[in-house]
Design a protein around this ligand. Structure first.
Ligand SMILES: [Fe+2]
Ligand SMILES: [Fe+2]
Length: 191
């Protein structure tokens, strides 16, 4: 990178070190298992929000369906490797972000938005770093869908809460998330 740091993507406050991809890709089955469960849980959170955010059930359902399609796609890559998602060990990054951030509805909407943004960044890095093959193609094809989910959640927040409130909560959340990313132990995981 040149002397001027490129702006971090999608409102994130940090860049992931591209060296992270080497560790993430060191065990494809472990990476895909973590990924499958993240897609499944994203769909689950969207379905939960259908009962909590007014006037957004159809759009949340549409996004949840996309996440379930992603889950199926990741599961197929696991099946091709003789594996399955199996039991979910939990993802330390998502757990840390959930613990570090507020429990209000706005915070939960924005938390979805920031995890989608980091997924977009990580899928982009993984898509660039992975060797030619179905894993690389999958990351490059899914990344834009995750960026779309990020935009959806940010839009949803602005629909329901005042701009200044959304900005203030996002700012706090993005600071906490960048701090978590800086200290999380790297492993064969999407995050
Ligand atoms: Fe997804
Ligand atoms: Fe997503």
């Amino acid at each position: 990178m040149g002397p001027i740091m490129a702006a971090a993507v999608l409102g994130l406050k940090s860049h992931t070190d591209p060296a992270w991809t080497k560790v993430a890709l060191s065990d494809e089955i472990a990476l895909l298992r973590d990924h499958a469960h993240l897609e499944r849980k994203a769909a689950g959170h969207m379905i939960t929000l259908m009962g909590q955010v007014q006037g957004a059930a159809d759009r949340l359902l549409e996004n949840a369906r996309e996440e379930l399609d992603h889950f199926a796609r990741v599961s197929a890559l696991l099946a091709a490797r003789g594996a399955e998602p199996g039991k979910d060990p939990g993802n330390p990054y998502v757990q840390a972000v959930a613990q570090a951030t507020g429990k209000s509805l706005l915070d939960r909407v924005l938390r979805m938005g920031i995890i989608e943004a980091r997924s977009y960044e990580h899928f982009t890095l993984l898509g660039e770093a992975a060797p030619e093959g179905n894993l690389k193609r999958m990351f490059l094809e899914l990344k834009d869908s995750e960026a779309g989910h990020h935009a959806f959640f940010i839009g949803l927040a602005y629909e329901h809460w005042p701009r200044a409130t959304v900005r203030e909560h996002w700012d706090k959340l993005a600071d906490a998330e960048a701090e978590i990313v800086a200290h999380i132990e790297w492993g064969p995981r999407v995050h």
